[in-house]
Design a protein around this ligand. Structure first.
Ligand SMILES: Nc1ncnc2c1ncn2[C@@H]1O[C@H](COP(=O)(O)OP(=O)(O)OP(=O)(O)O)[C@@H](O)[C@H]1O
Ligand SMILES: [Mg+2]
Length: 354
């Protein structure tokens, strides 16, 4: 919080209070001399009670007139009405989904300044959220649209009776791949939404992390064998308290990426090390690597460094967003070292939780 405006506000309030007291005394003094003059002029001698009462009433009356006069002179009332009017208009705009508003304060020391600030902040945050929502919808639409276009195109082509058996098999294979991609998209979207909803079940329990990693490597065997990738695993016995199902997803996504972005006969290594309460898993490959720019965006939803390559490999750019969310749910950390054309290493640090 900025301290300067509150000090000014304090001084301003003190000043207003002082002016108020001074005005009251002045008005009462004027009333005192005015009533005294009138009593003398009309030779009237009222009791002390009536004198005080008259002084009080006339003093208040003069104060009222002075305040009205000052308000008119300074245009305060008009400014206040204008301010409330613009505030009402801003709320109406926000309710209609227009968040590009900027409310101006009446004066630098107005007591409404904090309210103005928070309304402007709220509008800005809503506007950022709306932008994210629009980007999300456009990304999802694009990710749905491109496989669908391809599926429809190849179904159309399959209607041709003159196709050879080989061509037919190739088209069917493309349709199958694109359908799987659509199914994976919906699966990943549901997963990400569920993870971000804070209601996703999180059930940490103690298990052997090294065994989990070995099982994942075995589960991916068909993929790495197909590309003749050499796998090197250095896994000491390591116990962790974590959500096993969620971490399955992390290692699976990282390993899939390494296999996907590593050319034939490449090398992949997985290691786990522990120092104190910190466990670090490193997944390393000799694949295409990433530039500094690509590294900056790789955890964003729907980010793919090479869209054309990803089309053939069938990714939606959600894998690492899921990884990052799961790692942060475990209070862990994820780091990347990568050199374009040489390879990538992803380090996932997790508390052992014991
Ligand atoms: N090991 C890696 N080597 C090179 N680039 C990588 C690697 N891992 C990730 N990337 C880059 O980061 C991008 C985002 O990765 P992410 O896993 O989120 O999406 P994806 O693999 O393209 O799709 P999905 O995981 O949804 O199938 C990738 O498209 C790729 O450009
Ligand atoms: Mg991926």
């Amino acid at each position: 919080m900025n301290k300067r405006p509150s000090i000014f506000l304090f001084i301003w309030r003190f000043f207003v209070f002082f002016v108020g007291i001074f005005s009251l005394i002045s008005c009462w003094t004027i009333a005192f001399f005015l009533t005294n003059y009138l009593y003398r002029h009309f030779h009237y001698h009222p009791s002390n009670y009536v004198r005080e009462l008259m002084n009080f009433i006339i003093g208040l009356f003069i104060l009222g007139i002075a305040v009205q006069f000052l308000e008119k002179m300074g245009g305060w009332r008009a400014k206040q009405i204008e301010f409330f009017h613009s505030m009402k208009k801003s709320f109406e705009q926000i309710a209609n989904g227009n968040f590009n508003i900027r409310l101006e304060s009446i004066s630098p020391h107005s007591p409404f300044n904090e309210l103005v600030e928070s309304i402007n902040r709220m509008a800005q945050e809503l506007s950022e959220m709306e932008q994210l929502r629009q980007e999300f919808v456009s990304n999802v639409s694009h990710e749905i649209q491109s496989p669908l276009t391809s599926i429809i195109g190849f179904i159309h082509a399959l209607k041709n009776d003159k196709l050879s058996a080989e061509q037919r098999a190739r088209y069917l294979h493309i349709i199958e791949t694109e359908s799987k991609r659509l199914s994976k998209l919906s699966d990943n979207l549901l997963k990400l939404t569920s993870l971000e909803s804070e209601h996703h079940p999180f059930e940490p329990k103690k298990y052997r992390l090294d065994q989990q990693l070995k099982n994942i490597v075995l589960a991916c065997e068909p993929q790495w064998l197909e590309k003749a990738i050499d796998i090197d695993i250095v896994l000491d016995k390591t116990e962790i308290v974590a959500d096993k199902d969620l971490l399955d997803q992390v290692w699976m996504n990282l390993l899939h990426n390494s296999i996907k972005f590593t050319p034939q006969k490449g090398k992949l290594s997985i290691s786990v090390s522990q120092s104190g309460q910190k466990i670090q898993v490193a997944v390393s490959d000799t694949g295409i690597g990433m530039s500094e720019e690509e590294k900056m965006h790789m955890f964003e939803r729907f980010y793919k460094a090479d869209r054309s390559r990803n089309r053939s490999e069938g990714g939606n750019g959600l894998g690492l967003a899921i990884v990052k969310k799961i790692v942060s749910m475990h209070h862990g950390d994820i780091k990347v070292e990568s050199t374009k054309g040489k390879g990538t290493t992803i380090f996932v640090s997790l508390p052992s939780g014991k």
